[in-house]
Design a protein around this ligand. Sequence first.
Ligand SMILES: [Zn+2]
Length: 409
Amino acid sequence: MKITEIVESLEDDMVKAMVEMLKIEAISPEAGGKGELKRAEFLQRWISDFGFDEIKRYDAEDPRAEGGVRPNIVATIHGKNRERSIWIISHMDTVPVGDISKWDTDPFDPVVKEGKIYGRGAEDNGQSLIASMYAAKAIIDSGDRPDYNFSVAFVSDEETGSKYGIQHLVKLGLFRKDDLVLVPDHGVPEGNEIEIAEKSIYWVKVTTYGKQTHSSIPHTGINALRAGARYLVEVDKALHERFSDKNELFGPPVSTFEPTKKEENQPNINAVPGEDIFYFDMRVIPEHDITDIMGVMNEVAEKVSKETGAKIMPEVYRGEPAPAPTPADSEVVVRLKDAVKKVRKIEPKLVGIGGGTCAAYVRYEGIPVAVWSTIDETMHQANEYCKIENLVNDAKVFALVGMRESGQA
Ligand SMILES: [Zn+2]
């Protein structure tokens, strides 16, 4: 049997595994949950008789979580060449259910209907987790060895920063320089976008200090809202002019500088506000160095401060430089493109996104990572679902990535 046919024969098992897994909550303590331990233990039991050569746990300590740990599972099939590994990394944790009244079914009692599985975490990231798990099973059942070690990793903590998940595995040195890493945690319904680059993320908090007074005698104060608003308009223009390079890999192909959150300055209407705070969310293409941004922001702050008498102070709230993009000709991208073409009969294109998937933490190590999956983009929403067709076809793609040279017989 061909490896793709073996995957097809496992469809019912995949659906069953997904339904059982989604019944077990896996929400991180930051988001009000107990962590991923119960779900991890379930998965370990589920795969215990698959025939993996190794199943290991790499727990990160977290006293807030059930059992005091955030579990990470790595299950490996030894390859013909054991010097390199193909990794498929998916995450066990999910976001909370959100507004429960918006769900048509119980988010933790999954329902299968019309070719879809409904439940919290079905798409993000359950689909990829189950698909990678059964891609591995299909490889084992084929009786042949994958080209390189084939490791599926189920990690914790993706939704709240990855410190106890992928970052923990990176710290332990599990990934080697010439490993091939696939993170199936972003995608489009057509399944034709392979993400190889991300923008830098730069968030800035802007505080404006003025002088509060009664709003009927504004000349006795300094209006922090007006000064801050003027700064917003001027710095917005300056940033767009100064950081204007284009990179067509990305959609949109330019850096974005968006004023977003605005904090309340005072409860009453009849006073000139003495303090004002707002934030920028910037996504910057790798051509620009994010450490240059604050220089421009300070320059404009000085100018507007002088003109208004207010004191405008921008400060970095979050700054994550984009890792170097994964080369288009790296082996993981080439293998993935090939497999997607075979399974989906489409020509995948390489893209960049606004950031930040957990792939960045592996790319920082200089290891190429391809981010790909086929999803309807229902993640984090009410009535989240995964299409069974996508579950099966993505599993075929993962299996082919592992078995490219192995004849796939
Ligand atoms: Zn995700």
